[in-house]
Write a protein that binds this ligand. Structure first.
Ligand code: PEP
Length: 272
C-alpha cells in the first residue's frame, strides 16, 4: 500500500449471495466491528436486487455501495439488463467490470469492458476492472503478457485524469473461490507489472495514483501479508466478504499498513 499517492480500498463481492432483507443487519454488524478511524474505502458490491436495501442501510456510514456489472447499453429493449443511469439513481459509487465469472459465463469481452469503463467514468462511477490469468496461462509463463493485454485493452482511449479514477483488481482465476491464494510475492509481481503497464501507457505520476487490488481467496488469515506489499492497495473479496467478522478483520488489516516511504528512497515507480 502507499497511502500518500492512492486510496486503499477493501471491496466485498457478494456475487449471487444474501437476500435484500439481510442487508441492514449485515451493515449494522459490520459497522460495529469496523475500526473507529477510516483506514480505507470500504465497498460492498451486491447483486442488483439487494442494492436498494443496501443503499438505505449504509446511509451515514463509511461504506459505499458497488454493483457487480452493468449493461453496455444506455437504455431500451435489452430485457434483463441494468443500465448506468439506474445504478447512479440508486447511489452506486463503484462497479465491478470484467470479473472472470462474467467473462467465462456471460461472454464479456475486453471490448465490452472498455465500453463499460468509459461509460461508468462519464457517469462518475468508479470502475473496478478485473484482470487475471488462468492456471494454464500461469503454467505457460504467459501471466504478465496476458494481464498486460487486458489492462491496456480496458484502459484504451482514456485520458490520464480518468485513469487515476480507475481501480484495477488483479484476480488470478485459479485463486478465485478455490481457497488457493497467490503468494504475496506472486501477487506483488503482477500488481507491480500492472503499474508498469500504466506507466508505459501514461507516466509515473498517473501510474502511482491508481489503486490496484488483489483478489482471490483473500481472507482474515492471509490479508496482512498481501496488504503489506507496496503495489497492493487493498482487496476484492468474495467468500470472506459474506461474514462480517472476516470482512471486518480484512478492513482492520489496512490499519497496520506500512508507513509511507520517502519518495526518493524507492526504486523508480515500484510501489509508488
Ligand atoms: C472474487 O470473486 O472476486 C473473489 C476474489 O472471490 P474469492 O475471494 O471467494 O476468491
Amino acid at each position: 500500500m502507499n497511502r500518500k499517492y492512492r486510496k486503499t480500498i477493501i471491496a466485498g463481492n457478494w456475487k449471487m449471495n444474501k437476500l435484500p432483507s439481510e442487508a441492514r443487519s449485515f451493515v449494522d454488524e459490520l459497522r460495529a466491528l469496523m475500526p473507529r478511524t477510516k483506514t480505507c474505502d470500504t465497498v460492498i458490491c451486491a447483486p442488483y436486487a439487494i442494492i436498494p436495501n443496501l443503499s438505505r442501510a449504509i446511509k451515514d456510514s463509511r461504506i459505499a455501495v458497488g454493483a457487480q456489472d452493468v449493461s453496455t447499453h444506455d437504455s431500451g429493449a435489452y430485457t434483463g439488463e441494468v443500465n448506468i443511469a439506474m445504478l447512479s439513481d440508486l447511489g452506486v459509487k463503484y462497479c465491478i467490470v470484467g470479473h472472470s465469472e462474467r467473462r467465462a459465463y456471460h461472454g464479456e469481452t475486453d471490448t465490452d469492458v472498455n465500453v463499460k469503463v468509459h461509460k461508468l467514468l462519464e457517469a462518475g462511477i468508479i470502475p473496478i476492472i478485473c484482470v487475471g490469468e488462468s492456471l494454464e496461462q500461469r503454467e505457460r509463463d504467459l501471466t504478465i503478457e496476458f494481464v498486460a493485454y487486458q489492462v491496456k485493452s480496458a484502459l484504451y482511449g482514456l485520458e490520464p485524469k480518468d485513469i487515476k479514477r480507475c481501480v484495477i483488481a488483479y484476480e488470478p482465476i485459479w485463486a478465485i473461490g478455490t481457497g488457493k491464494t497467490a503468494t504475496a510475492e506472486q501477487a506483488e509481481e503482477v500488481c507491480g507489472a500492472i503499474r508498469a503497464v500504466i506507466r508505459s501507457m501514461f507516466d509515473a505520476r498517473v501510474a502511482r495514483a491508481v489503486s490496484i487490488l488483489y483478489g482471490g481467496s483473500m481472507n482474515a488469515k492471509n490479508c496482512d501479508e498481501l496488504l503489506a506489499q507496496p503495489d497492493i492497495d487493498g482487496g476484492l473479496i468474495g467468500g470472506a466478504s459474506l461474514k462480517t467478522a472476516d470482512f471486518a478483520r480484512i478492513i482492520t488489516g489496512t490499519v497496520s499498513a506500512p508507513p509511507v516511504l520517502p519518495e526518493l528512497n524507492r526504486e523508480e515507480g515500484r510501489g509508488e
